[in-house]
Every structure is written in C-alpha cells, then in structure tokens.
Design a protein around this ligand. Structure first.
Ligand code: GCU
Length: 340
C-alpha cells in the first residue's frame, strides 16, 4: 500500500515536472532550468556528486542557469529518463551503461564479466578522458552524449540463500539489468536471468518472484534489498559504470565558455562521487551486516570466472564495436600486471 501511494505521488510529481516544461527547457526568473534525473536516493554518492555539479554551474553561470536534481526515479526509471533526455524534455540523466547498450553497441563491453582485473585498472581506464571521449560520442546519433562517468563499484550476487559456488546459481532466478548482454551473462553462470527495472527488484525478491539479484553493496542499504536478501557473495563479476548523459542539442547550444563550465562541473561531480563512493561502501557493509543481518561471503572468484570466460570470445565475435575498447582494457590489465 505504502509503495502504491509512493508510486502515485512519484508519478504525479513526474507528470507535474514534465508538464511544466516548455518544449526544451523552461525559464524561471529569466533563468534556464536544467533538469537532472537519477535513480538513487539523496544520500547516494551520485546525488552528492550532482550537488557539486549544481553548485559549480550556479557559481559560474548562476545568472543564466538553475540546476534542479530529481532523485529516486522521480522522473521515471533510467530507461524512461533516457528517452526524456533524448527528446530534450530533461537535460541530464544518470544511467548505467547497460541502459545505453540499445543506443550504442560499444556499451555492451561493460556487461562482459571479469573485464577489468582490478578496481585500479577500471578507474584508470574510465579516468582516461581522452580515450573515453570517442566512446562518449557514440550516442550522438541518438541525440545524447555522455559527459562523465561515476563509479558504481563491483557487482556481486546476492540472494535469499547462500551462493558459495557457481553451482549454487544453477536454476536460480536472478534479476539483471534490462540488457541482452546482462541476460547472457547471468545465463552463462547457469542462472535464469530475470531482466527488470531497478525499482522493481525489492518487491520481486520479497514476493519470491526472483531468488536474488546482482549489484554493488549500496543496493542492500540505499535500496533496502538487504531486508529481503541476506547473503551477499563476493564473486566480483562486473564493474559497470554509471554515466552522466546530456541532451546533445543542449550541449551544442552552449557557448564555448558555458560548455567549459558544464564540463568542469561534470568532472568535479565525478571527483566528489568517487571520494564519497569509497566511504559509502564501508558504511553500507557495516549497516547491512549489523542492522540488517546480511552475511557477506568470500568465495573462490576463479571458480566463477572460469564458468563465464568463454563469453569474452563470443561477445567479441558478435559485436565488432567493442573490440577496440576491449583491447585497450586488456592493455591496461597487462600494464598493471607488469607494475605489480
Ligand atoms: C546500480 C547502478 C544503477 C543501475 C542499478 C541497476 O545502482 O548504479 O545505474 O541502474 O545498479 O542494477 O539497475
């Protein structure tokens, strides 16, 4: 019931927000309102990063722009909000790369399990802005472009019963993000992939529609999944970034100086988000363990890895768009090995 009321309230708010739009972006007190949508709560590192984005833009261009941030899927789930960003009804959205796969095939790469050897390699690749710019431009035809990335940690399986070995996944219904590559990944583990929106996962686990899901630790606390799934296994299958996506017409309509400010604000938001991320993971683990009774399981990562490594070859064969980035990441993995 509470959920229904929340949904109605959210839908109403979203509708009101959208209705108040006058085509592309509205003006209040002569200021252009910039709308930013994301799916997380107000304590999530991404929200904190976006507050820094808002502050920076308003500090430098406050006479012209006001940034409004809409958390908690208030303007719709990631997929819906991407569509709104595409048309220019809103200006920015934070979305995981899984949600971008249907717009640019290169983003499939991040669904490939065990792509990065370590978080250090992952961060070094993502922070290499010169290289990433070409990836960011890959959705131009769809009318939007990525302006920066946010760390969304390492994804692991969690369920109502313990998953200690890959065999424990056999036949289990596991929620994955709504992307073909995510479905292929879960199926390769022997699970039965259940793709659905992020906002539906809690109830689906609670009602036994699915046995579990896979995500970073914040899903346990920020999204309360730890209330309904008590076993979290560190099998570390993916590091999937979130992207701050902008409507392309909006970006192209900015003067060079304005564009520079928005770009700097975006980079600053990533810095803040990454710092907050590391703190929030420690905190989330503690809350999940002590207040929610979640058990964190250390498992043999190699056993999980072996099961799905053949996916690398088949994905590369099926999707030529990921080959360059794959090679680039493998080179970074090798470099890190040499430095050890
Ligand atoms: C994480 C990630 C989101 C993603 C979600 C999901 O929370 O940050 O971008 O949508 O997982 O699994 O759907």
């Amino acid at each position: 019931m509470r959920k229904t009321i929340k949904r109605f309230a959210a839908a109403g708010l979203a509708a009101a927000a959208i209705l108040s739009l006058t085509g592309c972006g509205s003006l209040t007190d002569g200021k252009r309102i910039i709308r930013v949508s994301h799916a997380q709560s107000e304590t999530h590192p991404e929200h904190l990063g976006l507050l820094a984005f808002k502050e920076y833009v308003e500090e430098h261009l406050g006479d012209k722009y006001e940034v409004q941030i809409f958390p908690n899927e208030l303007l719709g789930s990631a997929q819906k909000a991407i569509e709104l960003t595409q048309t220019g009804a809103i200006d920015f959205v934070v979305a995981g790369t899984a949600n971008l796969e249907t717009f640019a095939e290169v983003y499939e790469i991040f669904s490939m399990p065990y792509l990065f050897d370590s978080e250090e390699v992952y961060k070094s690749v993502m922070q290499d802005t010169d290289y990433m710019e070409q990836v960011y431009a890959s959705t131009d035809e769809a009318g939007f472009r990525v302006v920066t990335w946010y760390n969304a940690g390492t994804r692991n399986f969690y369920a109502k019963t313990p998953i200690n070995t890959p065999d424990d996944l056999t036949g289990k219904k596991i929620r994955v993000q709504q992307s073909p590559a995510s479905v292929a990944m879960a199926n390769a583990f022997g699970a039965a992939a259940a793709p659905m929106g992020f906002g539906e996962v809690y109830t689906a686990i609670q009602q036994g529609v699915i046995d579990g899901a896979e995500n970073n630790e914040l899903a346990l606390t920020n999204n309360k999944h730890g209330e309904v799934a008590k076993y979290y296994s560190y099998n570390k299958h993916q590091m999937v970034p979130d992207m701050l996506v902008a409507n392309l017409k909006f970006l192209n309509g900015l003067s060079d100086e304005e564009y520079q400010v928005f770009k700097e604000a975006a980079l600053l938001s990533t810095e803040v988000e990454m710092e907050e991320w590391d703190k929030s993971i420690e905190e989330a683990k503690q809350i999940a363990a002590e207040q929610m009774g979640v058990e964190f399981l250390d498992v043999d990562v190699n056993a999980f890895k072996e099961k799905v490594l053949p996916l690398h070859e088949s994905m590369l064969e099926e999707n030529p768009k990921i080959v360059d980035l794959y090679d680039h990441i493998q080179a970074a993995n090798e470099l890190a090995k040499g430095e050890e």
